[in-house]
Design a binder for this molecule. Structure first.
Ligand code: ZN
Ligand code: ZN
Length: 392
């Protein structure tokens, strides 16, 4: 089989946008008709592919396919062949599930851009009408929650229909500049500087750094990335980074000193600083050590240890951290932390029974030791996580 009109995808186009243009160029009534025909042809070629091609445009992207994703990949390769594309072209346009995570958040990858899945818009996709007038397709960055203004036209993306007031989604209406109710989209409004700055970053080559910061800011401060003022708050915050972050942590340390109930070497880190180390992990993919927030935390706690040297009376640098937080600060894995403990490089505040495994959330290590160990491991060399070398 071959499509009569062999539509070519744009480099930054979404899979759904391409499939819609393929439908339109080949004069099918709607996506469903295209999918039906592809479905039948696939079964003729390879019986295993029955059901491998998505009938719903909204769930067409590869990350929606769970168990059957290898069949969907095979199906997409055949469809690419029928459209005279490179075999992996449709897979390149898709968001794929990645085997890494941003902290506890699952990750997706599209053409080398790795993002937490939570960054993708689910229920609606806003559009720039000026872009659509120039080239009729949807770029992938319109799917990202903090991308609120067109970085080319400096205008707000349009997210609502002026007629019915509903949020717009081209995957439902199957028209790029038309709402599901049939009304043509019209109005546009100028964008704020913050929205334009974030959009420029997200569509640029260094988007991965920004993606991490945006995610961390939302989780650390309970901010909604879809809120109209999110980017304003984000830009204003990072203008004073990291001094404002350090001031907040200092404030927490002083409050703990005032209200101290137990000696610090019996006090859990979380009860003073909350889950700041755990949340910092969402700022970067777990496989990498490059994480600007973790680096800043380590800088702050190194300074705290420096200013509060070991003395007869325990001080704030003697707080107890759990093994998961220790792994984050040292830039290694939980298994390696356990090994450090077994080798006597990390002292545990409680006696562990023989064969007892360390629970990730059990506070048993001294902050001071963890920071000193992180400093001694040469954390800043290379990109990948520390595989600690045995001393012999
Ligand atoms: Zn535009
Ligand atoms: Zn409408």
């Amino acid at each position: 089989m071959h499509f009569l009109v062999q539509t070519k995808p744009f480099r930054d186009e979404t899979l759904e946008s391409y499939l819609l243009r393929l439908t339109r160029d080949n004069a099918y009534t709607d996506y469903h008709e295209l999918a039906d025909i592809i479905w039948q042809r696939l079964v003729e070629c390879d019986h295993e592919l029955e059901g491998a091609f998505p009938l719903e445009l909204k769930t067409a992207n590869l990350y929606h396919a769970s168990q059957s994703s290898c069949f969907r990949v095979r199906a997409f390769k055949l469809v690419a062949q029928w459209a005279a594309l490179e075999p992996l072209e449709l897979i390149r346009l898709s968001w794929l599930r990645s085997n890494t995570q941003f902290g506890h958040l699952s990750a997706l990858i599209r053409d080398q851009l790795l993002i937490p899945r939570t960054l993708l818009r689910e229920s609606h996709i806003p559009v720039c009408l000026s872009c659509l007038k120039e080239e009729g397709y949807i770029p992938y960055y319109w799917h990202l929650k903090p991308y609120k203004a067109c970085h080319k036209h400096k205008m707000q993306l349009q997210s609502h229909c002026a007629e019915c007031g509903e949020l717009i989604d081209y995957r439902a209406s199957e028209r790029f500049s038309q709402c599901n109710c049939g009304a043509k989209l019209k109005t546009t409004a100028p964008a704020s500087e913050a929205d334009i700055a974030v959009s420029e970053g997200l569509s640029g080559a260094d988007a991965h750094d920004l993606v991490g910061k945006l995610t961390w800011f939302a989780y650390q401060y309970g901010q909604d990335q879809e809120h109209a003022s999110f980017n304003e708050a984000f830009i204003a915050y990072f203008k004073y980074w990291p001094d404002n972050f350090f001031a907040e942590l200092d404030e927490k340390a002083s409050r703990a000193r005032e209200k101290q109930l137990r000696p610090f070497n019996h006090t859990k880190f979380d009860s003073v600083f909350g889950d700041v180390i755990k949340v910092s992990k969402v700022a970067g993919p777990n496989v990498l050590r490059t994480n600007i927030i973790v680096d800043s935390l380590l800088e702050f706690f190194s300074d705290l240890v420096e200013k509060n040297p070991k003395q007869k009376h325990p001080n704030i640098a003697d707080l107890l951290v759990n093994s998961s937080d220790a792994a984050t600060l040292i830039g290694t894995t939980l298994e390696q932390v356990f090994r450090l403990y077994q080798e006597g490089q990390l002292t545990c505040c409680e006696r562990l029974n023989k064969n007892e495994r360390l629970q990730p959330d059990r506070c048993v290590f001294y902050l001071r030791q963890v920071v000193e160990l992180a400093q001694s491991q040469g954390r800043y060399v290379g990109d990948f996580k520390n595989q600690l070398i045995t001393p012999w």
